[in-house]
Design a protein around this ligand. Sequence first.
Ligand SMILES: [Mn+2]
Length: 363
Amino acid sequence: MKMILRWFPFGDDSVTLDQIRQIPEITGVAGCLPKIPVGEEWTAEDIAALKSTVIAAGLEMEVIESVNIHEDIKKGLPTRDRYIDNYIKTITNLGAAGVRVLCYNFMPVMDWARSDLAKPLPDGSTAMAYVHDEVVKMNPDLIAKAMAGQSRGYSLPGWEPERLSLMAADIEYYQSFTQEMYWSNMKYFLDAVIPAARAANVRMAIHPDDPPWPLFGLPKVITDAERIRVFLSLNDSPYNGITFCTGSLGVNGANDLPAMLREFGGRIHFAHIRNVRKLGEKDFEESAHPTASGSLDMFGIVKALYESGFDKRFTGYIRPDHGRMIWGERARPGYGLYDRALGAVYIEGLWEAIGKMGGHKDD
Ligand SMILES: [Mn+2]
């Protein structure tokens, strides 16, 4: 298992690589290049500049999160081929630079959504929260403005300005879409890029929708076991896999996360481990990582991940996911240092205990 942390380069993160290096047993970061416009190639030079910064701090960069998918690919427009060609070049360049996992998502128009990026909790910390009625009352433009207003000046991944201006028109566009059309566009993308991913030895790992239910009449993709089955069957290669995000999938009470981990084990290339406190059927706040802090059984989840052979078949990249803001930290929402560091060490503790209690049945 390798514990890593998400990190944003070039001054767009309050957390430094030197700080990340001091979190016990951290080996690397999930890197990104958010300044490259969606749809353009990440050149070898761009990637080398990022990697050399990470390596100089004594960390690895074997995971990238994310290379965003151009909307024309999701819409299936004739212009998609140019963007798919660029995506293939990016995968090839990343593989040559030693990147082994590429986390991405295929959510239409919007990435993740929250109604509050800094909800005060009783202990004086703040956390990101989602109240469904509040979100559906707003139009996406208002959500974007509300989120930008709470982002403390940091860019919000998935809410890039060039995306926002087209949002209303894009949402309108998808109203006539069937889910089958969306799967078909996804298959077209996968069939084009997965052979390149295999050749470059880069495992593709799609991130679940966050939240995992329909918003504004948009198609949904990765929300539950049934849809993950469909997704994996679109292209059967082991290089077509998933990022298992417990927080995203876990707010859907019908999702049995340990059962899903056991079923999809061989196709899970990256794990985002975080807890959530469910406040209603579609309402939640992002709690601290321990089981007692939220609604998910983190021991059961990590145990199922461990027993699925997560780090036996392949490296087993894990990162803690969003954290609260604690100890007065002012950072990018969800991506402060302190609470994520606590999360990393908590997960490492579970991992060690599960291993020493018996671990793999074939050990
Ligand atoms: Mn996640």
